[in-house]
Design a protein around this ligand. Structure first.
Ligand SMILES: *[C@@H]1O[C@H](CO)[C@@H](O)[C@H](O)[C@H]1NC(C)=O
Ligand SMILES: *[C@@H]1O[C@H](CO)[C@@H](O)[C@H](O)[C@H]1NC(C)=O
Ligand SMILES: *[C@@H]1O[C@H](CO)[C@@H](O)[C@H](O)[C@H]1NC(C)=O
Ligand SMILES: *[C@@H]1O[C@H](CO)[C@@H](O)[C@H](O)[C@H]1NC(C)=O
Ligand SMILES: *[C@@H]1O[C@H](CO)[C@@H](O)[C@H](O)[C@H]1NC(C)=O
Ligand SMILES: *[C@@H]1O[C@H](CO)[C@@H](O)[C@H](O)[C@H]1NC(C)=O
Ligand SMILES: [Cu+2]
Length: 778
């Protein structure tokens, strides 16, 4: 029995000087520099200076004929977006690893050529930065360019044009129907307004390279997607000339009309089915609002647990490179494809060259044609500018470092800037990374363990109603995790009896439509160099002798075993999960072995798989053909940079990127530079607890890169975070305990956050909500 507990702290380093009343994480330290580099490396996002240079250069080029956003319209040539264009990987590696010159930095620009006789979208490479001298059409065998104009992403100008087309005619022809049916209108509507949620219809559904859009009408009250009406319009937006838009169909209360006049005439007839959906009275208790409600929990005011960094930040950021423990990596927010990390190193050895989001898809089903057409590919919406305004204390710990981004897109007259597109923080996950308790005297009597603290780089992409939390997590045992959570408002349609197979009735008029979320990531993995192999360990059963144990001749016993299965070609490596054929997935360099002669590998663990059930090559499936495989492994090719494109929402008839071609050419992948394309997802059948918004709990999807015979032992053994407890004297346990820690625990060098968010936000309100109406938005 141990009664006396003596705590001893073993000091292994000299105490740093304390800094009085500093708030933990409240101020950026010398280790944190989130500004643009003056001398950007290969992965650094386009700096403000570079964006300005690109802007000046391209507006001076007569061949582009660009007009500024303030004068742009669909029949002009205007800039849709500018993004970093990475040099070839081999050139970057020559720079990083062999001391060769840094390859020139370049930008890719996407230009809508509504000014051309046959309008198209063109993508150009502009360089070298920061003083461009060329602007060349981008050529790639795996990325169509120029792109058919009818496949262009839905732009602000187009939405504005659609709005300006539809609203006046609705107001003129059926205002009284809107008032009678929904208690609201579009024009001079005060607090009782209607709003539009657009559902673009892809060319694969239409069967022609044509552009149409379903417009769902919703009551505009916190929050619109939970207040559907039973009115929708199919609008033909094929012509770049807005005056040629026209309504193809009107659907009201389940009845179809050829146009607004048709609806207006038949509305007055006696056989018309009418619906009345009164405009809700707004209150903080309204089911769809996101105010705290009900008796407050906990009953007494007590703040939730907070993170404290008692000795300051254990990570640094400079020039968009993060260093944390034994990790180093670069990161950026691609305007077109979202958050990306690069050159990920552990103990200075590269594990991945690039890990990044490629696209987010949501495919809905339903009874209405609008719900059926709702197959969204979110890269249509300039993903990198949808990561707005992370709120410390709710989206990220209060200690997080917020990082911003400059950008140049269709709505920015010159440069745009978002001040918190990333948050970076270390946190302890409240679970041991490892531990063992050897409690009893006959087991040696000691304890050793450490709490799992990890670094997270987070961004949250808001696409209309949905919010996607995208995390890159770096662990002290050499593991990387990429994790996605979904939250936000569900998309609903008007409830009617027929729809029982597509969702539950969640409130008076709401059907929460079944849908599948899908996320595709690229992982350009490099294990001990770029000559890698992909091998599966295939687990199976075998019948073996059990004679020795039973003493009976011929007795057998069943057990499992595994076999190494080298994947030789891309088709052989396209992985579809099968419960009857369980596998480990390993990537290694065949020439790099442990002292025991085993290949030093990383293992890919997929914990967020979802089978995409729609038939291949039907409708919009080709646009998400990356979802056919839970993982595809292909040879690195400069042309095969991305699995999807910002045209994916419209181009299913003739995909700009047809991912299946990456695999179909069936290249050899033994001792090659390999890229993994990983798909995660889930089916979502909404239920009442999705009201008002979907909680993240249970919806997390993740994959890991785990060291696998890569280190001789777990690298977390080096961590100061460990705690060891021994007996002072093994022969005399009653002498008590010796506790060993590897950090100085004597002082607290800072205090927890107590400053109010209100005062933090007052300095820069636009970091949270749009308080100034930007030019070219409406
Ligand atoms: C472009 O469209 C606008 C209407 O949006 C029209 O006034 C203008 O004449 C058109 N310009 C050209 C060059 O067609
Ligand atoms: C792409 O091809 C076109 C036509 O051959 C050429 O003019 C252009 O310079 C090429 N672009 C690049 C970036 O090489
Ligand atoms: C767009 O597709 C249509 C139909 O295939 C075709 O007529 C038109 O020429 C295409 N436009 C371009 C610029 O390729
Ligand atoms: C509206 O639809 C009706 C019924 O199909 C048709 O007779 C009428 O010509 C249409 N009106 C317009 C302006 O297209
Ligand atoms: C339908 O009736 C309403 C009032 O009852 C009237 O204002 C409207 O003009 C009528 N519409 C048509 C197309 O006759
Ligand atoms: C996509 O590529 C695959 C493989 O090369 C091909 O069989 C298929 O026809 C392509 N699909 C489309 C729509 O281009
Ligand atoms: Cu969902």
């Amino acid at each position: 029995m141990l009664i006396v507990v003596i705590v001893l702290v073993v000091k292994e380093y000299t105490t740093t000087e304390t800094s009085g009343g500093r708030v933990c994480g409240g101020h950026q330290t010398e280790n944190i520099d989130t500004l643009d580099s003056l001398n950007p490396g290969p992965f650094h996002d386009l700096t403000q200076a570079e964006l300005r240079a690109v802007h000046k250069y391209i507006y001076g080029l007569s061949k582009l004929n660009l007009v500024k956003p303030s004068r742009a319209s669909m029949n002009t040539s205007y800039l849709y977006a500018a993004d970093l264009f990475l040099p070839r990987k081999e050139d970057v590696l020559a720079f990083l690893d062999e001391g060769k010159a840094q390859p020139h930095r370049k930008a890719k620009i996407v230009v809508f050529r509504g000014d051309k006789q046959l309008p198209v979208v063109e993508e150009y490479i502009v360089g070298p930065l920061p003083t461009p001298v060329y602007c060349d059409l981008y050529n790639s065998t795996a990325y169509r360019n120029p792109v058919n104009f009818s496949f262009r992403p839905f732009s602000k100008f187009e939405f504005k044009a659609v709005f300006e087309f539809i609203v006046p005619i609705i107001d003129k022809e059926i205002k009284y129907i809107l008032l009678e049916s929904y208690g609201a209108t579009f024009v001079n509507c005060g607090m009782k307004c209607l709003t539009i949620y657009p559902t673009p219809v892809s060319s694969g559904i239409i069967g022609r390279p044509e552009r149409k859009i379903w417009l769902g009408i919703y009551q505009n009250i916190e929050y619109g997607t939970l207040h559907p009406t039973d009115l929708s319009f199919l609008v033909n937006i094929n012509s770049p000339d807005p005056s040629e838009m026209f309504i193809e169909k009107v659907v009201y209360a389940g009845q179809e009309f050829a146009n607004l006049t048709d609806l207006a005439i038949r509305y007055n007839s006696s056989d018309m089915v009418k619906h009345t959906i009164p405009f809700p009275d707004y209150s903080e208790d309204l089911f769809s609002s996101m105010h705290q409600r009900g008796p407050r929990i906990p009953a007494e005011s007590q703040r939730p647990p907070q993170l404290v960094e008692p000795d300051g930040k254990r990570y640094s950021v400079h020039n968009r490179e993060v260093r944390y423990m034994q990790w180093k990596f670069d990161f950026r927010m691609s305007v077109l494809t979202g958050p990306q990390v690069y050159n990920v190193r552990f103990k200075d050895t590269r594990i991945a060259y690039e890990i990044g989001l490629q696209d987010i898809a949501v495919f809905y089903s339903g009874y209405s044609s609008l719900a059926r057409a709702a197959d969204f590919l979110d890269s249509v919406s300039i993903l990198g500018t949808r990561c707005r305004a992370l709120v410390p204390g709710a989206d990220c710990p209060l200690t997080a470092t917020l990082i911003g981004k400059s950008f140049l897109v269709e709505s920015t007259e010159d440069l745009g800037y978002l001040s918190n597109v990333f948050c970076l923080f270390e946190q302890n996950l409240g679970v041991p990374l490892r531990r063992h308790m050897s409690y009893a005297q006959n087991e040696g009597q000691w304890y050793s363990g450490m709490l799992n603290s990890a670094l997270t780089l987070r961004s949250i992409i808001v696409i209309s109603n949905y919010d996607y939390v995208i995390d890159f997590n770096f662990y002290q045992n050499g593991a990387i995790e990429v994790k996605v959570h979904s939250t936000g408002y569900i998309f609903t349609t008007f409830y009617s009896q027929e729809k029982h197979s597509y969702g539950f009735k969640m409130h008076d008029n709401i059907l929460g439509n079944i849908h599948q979320h899908l996320f595709n990531f690229k992982v350009d993995i490099d294990i001990l160099g770029t000559r890698n192999r992909y091998e599966t360990l295939d687990i199976s059963t075998e019948e073996v002798s059990n004679e020795q144990t039973t003493g009976n001749d011929g007795d057998t016993y069943w057990q499992v075993k595994f076999d190494h299965h080298l994947r030789r070609t891309e088709l052989d490596a396209a992985y579809k999960f099968n419960f009857d054929h369980l596998k480990y997935h390993l990537i290694f360099n065949n020439n790099k072995k442990t002292s025991q002669g085993v290949q030093r590998a990383y293992r890919i663990l997929m914990s967020g798989m979802s089978k995409q059930l729609l038939p291949e090559d039907k409708n919009n499936e080709i646009s998400i053909s990356w979802a056919r495989y839970q993982m595809a492994v292909t040879k690195v090719k400069d042309d095969e940079r991305q699995s999807s494109s910002h045209y994916g929402l419209f181009d299913s008839l003739l995909p700009t990127v047809n991912f299946t071609t990456f695999v179909a050419d069936d290249d050899g992948i033994v001792d090659e530079d390999l890229v993994l394309w990983l798909t995660m997802g889930l089916y979502h059948i909404p239920h009442t607890e999705d009201l008002p918004v979907t909680p993240t709990v249970g919806g997390n999807l993740q994959f890991f890169l785990l060291p696998y015979n890569y280190f001789d032992e777990c690298p977390s053994m080096q961590s100061r975070d460990a705690i060891r407890v021994d007996l002072k004297n093994k022969r005399s346990p009653k002498d008590g305990l010796k506790v060993t820690q590897y950090v100085d625990t004597t002082g607290t060098h800072c205090t927890v956050h107590t400053d109010s968010l209100q005062s933090q936000f007052s300095e820069n309100p636009d970091a949270v909500l749009q308080t100034k109406r930007p030019r070219n938005e409406f």
